[in-house]
Design a binder for this molecule. Structure first.
Ligand code: ADE
Length: 250
């Protein structure tokens, strides 16, 4: 997968992409990330990227020209490389659709993504209307720019790409992958400060362990994020268990 990120602060991406899973994925050529400075696409002496809003009001807006030109320049290179396939152009903005594991899966299917990090009080509306194909928010709060949001999206997408994580199974059981929160997990020691690991996990009985984990996932989802259960794809057995646990909690 190729990911192009347009930003006013390229330095912000240096650390996240140079360590851990990202670094490994980049080194193994599973993903290629190019960071573009929006300022490089200005033509004036002072490299101005923002301006006052027509009609007045506090704060500055990102001007459309450098953003359009940056995207057009990236697109022209891509088409030379691999033909015109579908190319999401995503603006990170608190006005976007709310990011989720499902959207991460959806984005992980593309061979190329372009992410645009907004800044200041916002971005000229013509970018929303005539350039981007998608707008994503990572939550109902306002960040000072789209960079952290872009990192969140890229992290969630890249770890889903085949070969990026050590074990594919670890992605399948993630919280939210199944529509439920993930079950509790324990490692050694078996007893720590008097707190024991649940017996069943030491039993070696894989069927019992799988059953315990399913129940755990349902129980903690019910306790912590009950609204997720309505959307989760539960078996009849799972649904009956959720109902029993829910009645017990009343
Ligand atoms: N830019 C500012 N706030 C944001 C948010 N919540 N999500 C995505 N981009 C943003």
């Amino acid at each position: 997968m190729h990911i192009d990120i347009l930003t006013l602060f390229p330095q912000m991406f240096q650390v996240p992409f140079s360590i851990g899973i990202f670094k490994r994925a980049i080194d193994r050529k599973l993903v290629r990330v190019n960071i573009h400075n929006i300022r490089d696409y200005t033509h004036d002496k002072h490299h101005i990227v923002d301006d006052y809003a027509y009609g007045g009001g506090a704060g500055m807006l990102l001007k459309p020209e450098p953003i359009f030109e940056a995207v057009e320049s990236i697109k022209s290179d891509i088409y030379l490389e691999q033909g015109a396939d579908e190319l999401p152009i995503i603006l990170l903005t608190p006005q976007g659709r709310l990011f989720s594991q499902q959207i991460a899966h959806e984005l992980s299917k593309y061979s190329h993504l372009i992410l645009i990090c907004g800044h200041y009080e916002g971005v000229d509306e013509r970018v929303h209307e005539h350039l981007v194909t998608d707008k994503i928010s990572i939550g109902d709060y306002v960040l000072s720019g789209g960079e952290l949001a872009a990192m969140v999206v890229v992290d969630a997408v890249v770890r889903l790409l085949p070969g990026v994580l050590g074990s594919e199974a670890s992605v399948l059981n993630d919280s939210h992958a199944t529509g439920l929160l993930e079950y509790s997990q324990y490692t050694r020691p078996a007893v720590y400060r008097g707190w024991s690991v649940p017996e069943v996990l030491l039993s070696g009985n894989h069927a019992q362990i799988a059953k315990w984990r399913r129940e755990q996932a349902i129980q903690r989802t019910l306790e912590r994020r009950p609204e997720l259960l309505d959307k989760a794809n539960l078996s009849l057995e799972g649904r009956q268990l959720a109902e029993r646990l829910s009645l017990r909690g009343k």
